[in-house]
Write a protein that binds this ligand. Structure first.
Ligand SMILES: Nc1ncnc2c1ncn2[C@@H]1O[C@H](COP(=O)(O)OP(=O)(O)OP(=O)(O)O)[C@@H](O)[C@H]1O
Ligand SMILES: [Mg+2]
Length: 283
């Protein structure tokens, strides 16, 4: 009883909190098609942050459409925040964020989020069948399309082994899936969603190298034709991408290909040398 009361008190606090982000009164029609991303002099600080310092001070960044970018850096450097700003979970204090020259604050949040597929670090699965969880990416998807997406996401293998296959209930009270399995279901969901921009926050939890391979290969399929930002903790996931950014203390400290950054002998090359000793034995 007490637990339920405490939970519901917390929940009603969440429900009654005014929304942080509101749609413009006269939103522009959606023009995003290709997914080029621009940050212009973006300044941002968390309102409830106990630090006076802004996290991002006039941060500028241009990602051409179709480019695949890996985002790395120390914990607390601002990687997740950067992607949340792109999805407009919070508003920035100054500057602009554009996708295909359209200010993301000028369109509705629904339109924005239909243009960006987001695979979070800890994907949320609903207490529904696994099929319905995948179809959430596109409610019009047929059974065939769902299975195709799951196959490309390397989720089909483990789904077939579940007691009721695609009809198995997952989520809170359903079958427990591992972090890597949940992320592959979320990748299948993103696969169905026809969005020009893809953002993936890689799970920090140590995946065994077999699951990691499955995720990397699922990602390859998912990134095709999409502008992509992948936050990676394991550099092996992103070494082959077009470009790598190191985000440290809210600033981009290194920017270039894997080879460029190794040659710069900065933080990336240090991280790489450290990690390659640990689990990159296969190549
Ligand atoms: N909701 C929040 N309110 C206040 N401060 C926050 C909030 N979320 C993050 N921060 C702070 O902002 C900074 C950047 O956090 P962020 O989550 O973007 O880091 P990160 O680079 O993703 O780290 P990690 O590699 O650990 O995931 C940190 O100092 C963090 O404490
Ligand atoms: Mg993070």
């Amino acid at each position: 009883m007490e637990e339920a009361l405490a939970d519901s008190a917390e929940m009603s606090e969440v429900i009654t909190r005014p929304p942080l982000v509101t749609d413009s009164m006269s939103p522009e029609p959606l023009k995003i098609k290709k997914g080029a991303i621009t940050f212009n002099d973006v300044t941002f600080r968390y309102e409830d942050s106990n630090q006076d310092e802004q996290l991002f001070k006039e941060l500028s960044l241009k990602i051409p459409h179709g480019q695949k970018v890996g985002l790395v850096g120390p914990s607390g450097g601002g990687k997740t925040t950067l992607t949340k700003l792109l999805l407009r979970f919070m508003d920035i204090q100054s500057g602009t964020i554009l996708i295909d020259q359209q200010n993301i604050a000028a369109i509705t949040q629904d339109d924005l989020r239909s243009s960006v597929a987001y695979v979070p670090q800890e994907p949320l699965l609903f207490h529904r069948s696994i099929k319905e969880n995948i179809a959430y990416g596109d409610l019009t998807a047929t059974q065939e399309e769902i299975i195709q997406a799951a196959t490309l996401a390397h989720a089909h293998e483990f789904i077939e082994k579940l007691p009721q296959g695609y009809d198995t209930l997952v989520g809170e009270r359903g079958v427990k899936l591992s972090g890597g399995e949940k992320q592959r279901v979320a990748i299948a969901r993103a696969m169905l969603k026809k969005a020009p921009v893809l953002v993936l926050d890689e799970a920090t939890s140590a995946l065994d190298s077999k699951s990691e391979k499955a995720i990397v290969s699922a990602l390859d399929n998912l990134m095709k034709g999409r502008t992509t930002i992948v936050i990676a903790h394991r550099l092996s996931t992103i070494r082959k991408l077009d470009r790598i950014l190191v985000l440290k203390d809210g600033k981009i400290s290194e920017d270039g290909s894997h080879e460029d950054l190794l040659a710069q002998k900065g933080m990336y090359s240090e991280l790489w040398n450290h990690q390659s000793g640990e689990f990159l034995t296969e190549d």
